[in-house]
Design a protein around this ligand. Structure first.
Ligand code: ARG
Length: 582
């Protein structure tokens, strides 16, 4: 469609130059205003002439009518002026003749190819070891991975980084809890759940001790013996105490094994698992640099970077006891990544609750004089609740990511059993459909929107859901399976439903561009729904295999093959699998 838009723009510019000499309308004035009319009855593309009215000093109606007179564009079947709009009806047959071979020949149809020779590092998923990997992480995991796939499709070299939360005082707590109440068999058998249980237990007991200390002495500082022990164990860990290091490594590997199960379901792999711990010895140099540049101020014993000039609270670099903080590590990690990968862009996907954190340390990186500060991009997303319930992370009462996937899979399995009696095959399909349903549902909304997750809605086949999209894909596969071989457009004129499908296929590249520009995978999800609607409309109206007209049959098969290509690609870009049968 972009080519056509360009041709239309050029024709309008030429027409305007003839009819309104001296007004000097540029291509950019026109191109920026060309739009897809909300009501397709008006046309496939339209130029509202209201803004031109000022420049040309005529009414929009007069402008549209004047421009329309003897205007012609190859590939456009009809041009009309209605109420100040210049409307274009695209010739579907001509478009298909050009587009379908392009889709079939070119595996990268739709790629803007803007990333060749460039590197993007993407920091996403990044759960905190020994804390639950919960539904709140769904966003960072699937938005992050989808952004990686989109960038790869655009030609970027991508490095996916799982910045594991594998360091911090929580390990002190976990070590104490494990030594007191845990044992190897239990953790081995229970995996991350056993670790989380220990972590939750010690947090509760610390809280109880603190409450008791306050009850005894309301004026005093709250205190907890267990918390003191935890701090001591963490200090030992920082000092490379052998036993604690061994425990820590084990806790991390147990957790990782568990996360990898979820990643496998989602078909996600990472290029790097360098977590927070990796940057321990890389922070002092950055702290030194900050100090030498005079950027650090001491406030109540803590070292901070004052950001009041930018209307932000200070960025905390060192605590009173000299220990480092979350921003300190992020700064050191960014420097390391720039030195290692020489990224053109570094993308961080986290919940919007962390937006201030990123704005702060991005500013600090700029103040430090790193000239790549403007290549850092934070991609935030809204909150998720389930069936109306908000998450309560503190108490350990959370919905785990793996549980929500397991639930979706088992529900689909229940339905798929009838059609797929072989249990292994049934399970394989249920995995793809169940997991896909969750992803699709989640990625249907703009990422900043807060979502209330409704399992029933995600899983239904009749609605704008993942199962429906995958079913449509499987439908194209089943049609093509019955008519093997290559199919090409014959040039015979297309019916309206066929033309609609072609036009929908034609806007795929623009959707990819928009998704990349806004870091918004939901643009692709919504496009998938448009494409499914166009294909299903075509499928119901236009007999394919049973058509008795050879040319018509061939055209419809070629359109089905092109749809299969584009739909499959689009689904993959939002982390969905594409089973050929459902
Ligand atoms: N581990 C953090 C969390 O679960 C997310 C890390 C995001 N990435 C970063 N570079 N700060 O909240």
């Amino acid at each position: 469609m972009q080519k056509l838009k360009q041709q239309i723009t050029e024709a309008i510019v030429a027409s305007a130059a003839r009819k309104f000499p001296g007004a000097a309308l540029g291509a950019s004035d026109i191109a920026a205003n060309l739009e897809y009319p909300p009501d397709p009855a008006m046309g496939d593309l339209a130029l509202p002439c209201f803004r031109l009215s000022k420049v040309l000093r005529r009414s929009p109606k007069e402008i549209a009518e004047t421009l329309a007179a003897d205007l012609s564009v190859p590939g456009v079947a009809d041009i009309g002026a209605v109420n100040g709009y210049l409307n274009f009806r695209i010739d579907g047959t001509a478009l298909a003749a050009r587009l379908v071979p392009e889709i079939m020949k070119n595996d990268s149809y739709g790629s803007p190819m803007c990333g060749t020779g460039k590197t993007v590092v993407l920091d996403y998923s990044s759960p905190n070891v020994a804390k639950p990997f919960h539904i709140g992480h769904l966003g960072t995991t699937v938005i992050g991975h989808s952004l990686k796939l989109l960038h790869e499709f655009a030609g970027y070299h991508c490095v996916g980084i799982n910045y594991l939360g594998d360091w911090g005082t929580q390990f002190g707590k976990l070590i104490v809890a494990y030594k007191m109440w845990g044992n190897q068999e239990e953790v081995e058998a229970g995996g991350v759940d056993a670790l989380v249980a220990l972590y939750v237990r010690i947090n509760n007991e610390i809280k109880a001790e603190e409450d008791a200390s306050l009850a005894k002495n309301p004026e005093g500082k709250k205190s907890s013996h267990l918390a003191d022990l935890a701090r001591a164990e963490f200090r030992k860990l920082e000092e490379h105490d052998e036993e604690n290091i061994a425990l820590w490594k084990w806790f991390v590997s147990v957790s990782l094994k568990e996360y990898e199960k979820t990643y496998r379901l989602l078909n996600i792999t990472f290029d790097s698992y360098k977590g927070e711990s990796f940057y321990t010895d890389k922070m002092p140099a950055e702290v030194e640099k900050l100090r030498n540049m005079g950027l650090l101020t001491v406030d109540d014993g803590a070292s901070i970077v004052d950001l009041s000039k930018w209307n932000m609270p200070p960025c905390l670099i060192l605590k009173r006891d000299g220990s480092t903080l979350y921003p300190t590590r992020d700064i050191a990690a960014a420097v390391y990544r720039q030195n290692t990968y020489h990224f053109d862009k570094a993308i961080y996907v986290t919940s919007a609750a962390q937006s201030l954190h990123f704005a702060q340390w991005f500013k600090v990186v700029e103040l430090m004089g790193y000239d790549w500060y403007d290549r850092l991009v934070h991609v935030p997303y809204g909150t998720v609740s389930i069936n109306g319930m908000k998450l309560a992370t503190r108490t350990g009462n959370v919905i785990l990511l793996k549980d929500i996937f397991a639930e979706a899979i088992s529900r689909v399995e229940e339905i798929a059993k009838e059609k797929h009696p072989d249990p292994a095959e049934c399970h394989a399909i249920a995995e793809k459909v169940g997991v896909g349903a969750i992803i699709f549902y989640y990625l249907s909304n703009n990422r900043m929107r807060d979502i209330n997750f409704m399992m029933e809605d995600a899983l239904t086949f009749d609605g704008n859901t993942g199962p429906y999209a995958q079913y449509t894909y499987a439908r194209t596969c089943s049609v093509l399976e019955k008519a093997p071989g290559d199919h090409a457009m014959t040039g015979a004129p297309l019916s309206p439903k066929e033309s609609d499908l072609v036009k929908t296929l034609a806007i795929f590249p623009e959707k990819i561009e928009a998704a990349l520009a806004d870091y918004e995978p939901s643009v692709v999800t919504r496009y998938i729904l448009d494409l499914c609607a166009a294909y299903n409309g075509f499928y119901h109206d236009c007999p394919i295999l049973t058509s008795e007209n050879a040319e018509e049959r061939e055209n419809r098969l070629a359109l089905t093959a092109a749809t299969r290509r584009v739909l499959g690609r689009a689904l993959h870009l939002i982390c969905m699998q594409t089973p050929e049968k459902i």
